[in-house]
Design a protein around this ligand. Structure first.
Ligand SMILES: Nc1ncnc2c1ncn2[C@@H]1O[C@H](COP(=O)(O)OP(=O)(O)OP(=O)(O)O)[C@@H](O)[C@H]1O
Ligand SMILES: [Mg+2]
Length: 243
């Protein structure tokens, strides 16, 4: 199996405090891959390191065949254009309507004419299951589930190869959470996306995650599929809820 991301001997620190101690793992093409671990175990730090917002002390972070820690600024920009990121709270601009929120990156990073940019934004709105009318609304006029969908559409606007999701189902009710899971899976299948997500939602893990790592005590406590995990632990539920 081909790895889309390979992290080798990664050590991260804040000041003197070690967050990840020489960790290594692989994410295979088109897997929905989860980063799990207790609060403060370093999941967000790891995600930020993979999207080059955080600089590690040492190690290799190979993405699409390149070590992102060795790229010059121009190469880094090209690399980052392969990434789409859905931040935990959607992070939409409250003063902009949904259409303007969705077209922001397209206006910044492409030279497409305005009509094409609008068409692309509307296409993504449709792909995430929202009606065209939503384009004219402002973030405070949307439900939590709709905000997440707009955040997802915005993360997809530049057609990234890799989608990073930070707690995509947090704040959603169980029905909304399963619908969002299904959407993530559909988009992965349709667009052949690589998806890396941080989650606390064990129903998501059981429903859509192919492989995962569990961070604990600065190390990788487990790497593999749910099936492999079940071979190691009698009660996965109890085990997962404890981490
Ligand atoms: N910018 C920073 N400066 C200093 N310490 C930080 C910084 N960011 C995170 N930390 C610390 O690093 C540790 C890991 O934080 P991180 O946010 O990665 O955890 P997490 O697994 O995402 O937790 P949660 O589930 O609560 O979001 C925490 O102890 C946190 O206080
Ligand atoms: Mg976090």
């Amino acid at each position: 199996m081909e790895a889309i991301i390979e992290v080798k001997n990664l050590t991260t620190k804040f000041g003197e405090r070690i967050i990840h101690d020489n960790i290594s793992f692989k994410i295979f093409k088109k897997d929905i891959f989860a980063l799990l671990g207790g609060s403060g175990s370093g999941k967000s730090t790891l995600l930020n390191t993979m999207i080059a917002l955080n600089r590690p002390v040492s190690g290799v972070v190979k993405i699409l065949g390149k070590n992102i820690l060795e790229l010059d600024p121009q190469e880094m920009l090209s690399m980052q254009l392969n990434f789409g990121v859905l931040f935990q709270f959607g992070a939409l601009f409250s003063s902009l309507n949904i259409l303007d929120n969705l077209t922001l990156s397209l206006r910044e990073y492409t030279i497409l004419p305005p009509k094409a940019i609008k068409d692309i934004a509307m296409m993504w709105l449709n792909k995430v299951g929202l009606k065209q009318e939503v384009a004219n609304l402002y973030p405070n006029e949307l439900s939590g589930g709709m905000i997440k969908r707009v955040g997802l559409a915005r993360a997809l606007s530049l057609s990234p190869k890799i989608l990073f999701l930070d707690e995509p189902t947090s704040g959603l009710d169980p029905k909304g959470a399963r619908e969002f899971d299904n959407l993530i899976k559909e988009l992965r299948d349709l667009l052949e996306l690589n998806i890396i997500m941080i989650t606390h939602d064990m129903d998501s893990v059981k429903g859509i995650v192919d492989r995962m790592i569990i961070l604990k005590d600065k190390k990788i406590f487990f790497e593999g599929s749910l099936k492999e995990l079940s071979q190691q632990s009698d009660s996965i539920d109890l085990f997962l809820y404890q981490i």
